[in-house]
Design a protein around this ligand. Structure first.
Ligand SMILES: *Cc1c(COP(=O)(O)O)cnc(C)c1O
Length: 229
């Protein structure tokens, strides 16, 4: 690893945290009310090591297998490490996901909710979960539709027995994110949910102004992702 990986990680982390603090200040919110999830998917090892050494402890990954390869053996050296699953999950990966992750942000259908709940019971790991909402109602995107949310929330909490702490969204790439952030915040308020995972590299400051409690930042922290092989 080069000195520049270290310098770069420290510098970018400080910049993102400064911008988060400024956004909190503008929104009249204490800085501690927003958590930074560093999205490490596809990033080279050297950048991840540098980010760990810069002090970042919460990471997001969107694929279970890639996350296990990258993180499973790091737990021993970094006991404060917290991993968030931010990508779609298949029910045959539920066991692995529950064993590896600390927060599941992408619960989006009954089958997955039931599989996660069963594994959490079996492994005695009752993890906090977020429901992913497809605020843009995009056919290709995961997440429950806004009008299905209340029913699905009831299913998750009452039937499956999941601990749902909040909502997550990925706004359509080509639209203004503000209306999606506002919608997610309103849906969470309607359900009395405290956690809002929204905002990425291009719009996390805006998400904070709309109430994000967790922002998922990848390229602004690590640099551009190399393409998947
Ligand atoms: C990749 C990804 C991010 C981070 O994207 P950047 O634009 O690099 O910050 C955030 N959330 C999800 C769900 C992702 O898949």
């Amino acid at each position: 690893m080069s000195v520049s990986d270290h310098e770069m990680a420290g510098q970018r982390l400080a910049e993102v945290k400064n911008e988060m603090r400024a956004a909190c200040h503008m929104a009249n919110r204490p800085a501690e009310t927003v958590q930074l999830v560093a999205v490490s998917k596809q990033q080279p090892e050297a950048r991840i090591i540098a980010m760990l050494e810069a002090g970042q402890q919460i990471y997001g990954e969107n694929r279970v297998q890639e996350a296990r390869q990258r993180w499973a053996d790091r737990r021993a050296d970094w006991p404060e490490l917290r991993l968030h699953l931010i990508g779609p999950l298949q029910s045959n990966k539920a066991a692995e996901a529950v064993a590896l992750f600390d927060v599941i942000e992408t619960v989006d259908r009954p089958k997955i909710a039931a599989a996660l709940a069963a594994e959490m019971t079996r492994q005695n790991r009752p993890l906090p979960c977020l429901i992913q909402v497809n605020t843009g109602e995009e056919p290709q995107k995961s997440g429950v539709l806004p009008e299905e949310l209340a029913g699905f929330y009831d299913y998750c909490t009452k039937e499956a027995g999941l601990r749902v702490t909040g909502l997550m969204c990925i706004p359509p790439a080509e639209e203004e994110p503000a209306m999606h952030f506002a919608l997610l915040a309103r849906l969470a308020a309607d359900l009395g949910l405290a956690e809002l995972s929204m905002g990425m590299s291009g719009d996390y400051a805006e998400a904070i102004r709309f109430g994000a409690t967790s922002v998922r930042v990848g390229s602004a922290l690590f640099g551009q992702r190399p393409p998947r092989p």
